[in-house]
Ligand binder design. Structure first.
Ligand SMILES: CC(C)(COP(=O)(O)OP(=O)(O)OC[C@H]1O[C@@H](n2cnc3c(N)ncnc32)[C@H](O)[C@@H]1OP(=O)(O)O)[C@@H](O)C(=O)NCCC(=O)NCCS
Length: 378
């Protein structure tokens, strides 16, 4: 009989050795390859942080240029991707379209390349997924909403291109800057559920496309990446029910009904501030005037935060300020979680590479609670 203790939700269980990142809750630091994520977000371009996450060290100027050029060159989607997106039922959610689209891309790899789990092959395929995912996500939204697709523009960098394909126009400098901070804040976050899902799949030596597809399915859930959409829908609901004056009673009613408030709490941080939320909330006032209801939504944001801290001792996680910032930037809500996934691809690639470079199959056990000794009727 096993002496191992079952930990529901694997809480507190160490499930991987990694050199990619670590949540140091005690020191309120998200360590990314040795650097503090918040410092990286404030000083570096998203693509340079992506390089760091994937390759393990900061790029030189030349490496940075080469990395960005590869991303630009790999950004165009195979023409058939647009046809695939057109074939999807109009009720398809954008996150599911992204999952299907990434799976589809895998078919363009030669079988030998697809199944090659070497570091160099995984890196090359990982870069293709990173380069193409924004085009799939933004154009899935467009096509599902009967809008014309916006193809990647080779003159623009990754961040600008991504936002342009979402908004349909080249973003202004402030929007691009804040969107870049958000992408970096999402880039990697240790063993999040989606990253764990990816590592479990990768540990069978399945190909990296399949591993990323599994991560997309995981990240969609409202207890994970889906929280950014759910959070903003809640802010809008509060606003529609009476504006800032309704915020406190709304949260109290939900808590009394034992409902969860999305965008609050975290398995690892739980009773501490998520450093990403702490940084990003500062940008809300800068964008609030972009929407007529922006200031009210900001006030509701603050009230919800105060009530949750007072009543439950819980802080907002990154999905709260990010949800509101995306909304203020004019990004359609169904794209919030797909953008999170696209931004997380460097982390997913780094973990898939790490898993397969020194692999051991994930195969845990159970504590069996069912009956024994049953026999078929004679
Ligand atoms: C992220 C999350 C799933 C982590 O949950 P967990 O580690 O399993 O924690 P538990 O579900 O055991 O919650 C512990 C306590 O906090 C409460 N809690 C946690 N998050 C809560 C939330 N968002 N709203 C209300 N109460 C919450 C639980 O009700 C529980 O309270 P109790 O001890 O009085 O029963 C949880 O905080 C949550 O559902 N958050 C909302 C979804 C979200 O924002 N996800 C994005 C994460 S980045």
């Amino acid at each position: 009989m096993s002496t191992m203790q079952y930990s529901p939700g694997l809480e507190g269980v160490i499930a991987a050795d990694t050199q990619v990142s670590y949540l140091d809750v005690e020191h309120e630091e998200i360590v990314i390859r040795g650097y503090d994520l918040i410092e990286l977000a404030q000083h570096l371009e998203y693509t340079d942080v992506a390089y760091l996450v994937i390759h393990g060290s900061l790029p030189t100027k030349e490496e940075s240029k080469k990395f960005s050029t590869t991303l630009r060159n790999e950004a165009p989607l195979p023409e058939a991707t647009y046809r695939l997106l057109e074939l999807l039922p109009k009720s398809t959610e954008v996150m599911d379209a992204l999952r299907t689209g990434i799976s589809f891309l895998g078919g363009y790899e030669d079988a030998q390349v697809l199944n090659d789990t070497s570091i160099s092959s995984n890196l090359a395929k990982g870069l293709r997924i990173l380069a193409k995912a924004p085009g799939i996500a933004s154009n899935a939204y467009r096509i599902l909403h009967n809008q014309v697709p916006v193809h990647p523009d080779p003159k623009l960098d990754f961040t600008e291109n991504f936002l342009r394909m979402i908004l349909g126009e080249t973003p202004d400098a402030e929007a691009r800057e804040i969107f870049g901070y958000i992408l970096t804040c999402y880039v990697e976050h240790e063993l999040a559920n989606s990253t764990f899902a990816l590592r479990v799949i990768a540990s069978t030596l399945a190909d990296i496309y399949g591993s990323v597809v599994g991560a997309v399915a995981s990240l969609k859930g409202p207890l994970h990446g889906g929280a950014n959409e759910a959070y903003v829908r809640m802010l809008l609901e509060i606003n529609a029910q009476g504006g800032p004056a309704r915020a406190e009673s709304y949260v109290m009613e939900k808590l009394q009904a034992k409902a969860r408030i999305m965008g609050f709490g975290h398995r690892v941080y739980m009773r501490k501030y998520d450093p990403r939320a702490y940084l990003l909330r500062n940008y809300i006032p800068r964008l609030a005037s972009r929407r007529p209801e922006g200031k009210d939504l900001h006030t509701i944001y603050q009230t919800v935060e105060q009530v949750m801290l007072r009543e439950k001792g819980l802080y907002p996680n990154a999905d709260s300020p990010i949800g509101l910032l995306f909304y203020l930037l004019g990004i359609p809500i169904p794209l919030f979680t797909p953008i999170f996934l696209c931004a997380r691809i460097p982390g997913l690639v780094a973990h898939a590479v790490e898993q397969q470079a020194d692999n051991r199959l994930y195969r845990p056990r159970v504590t069996y609670q069912g009956p024994r000794g049953l026999h078929l009727p004679s």
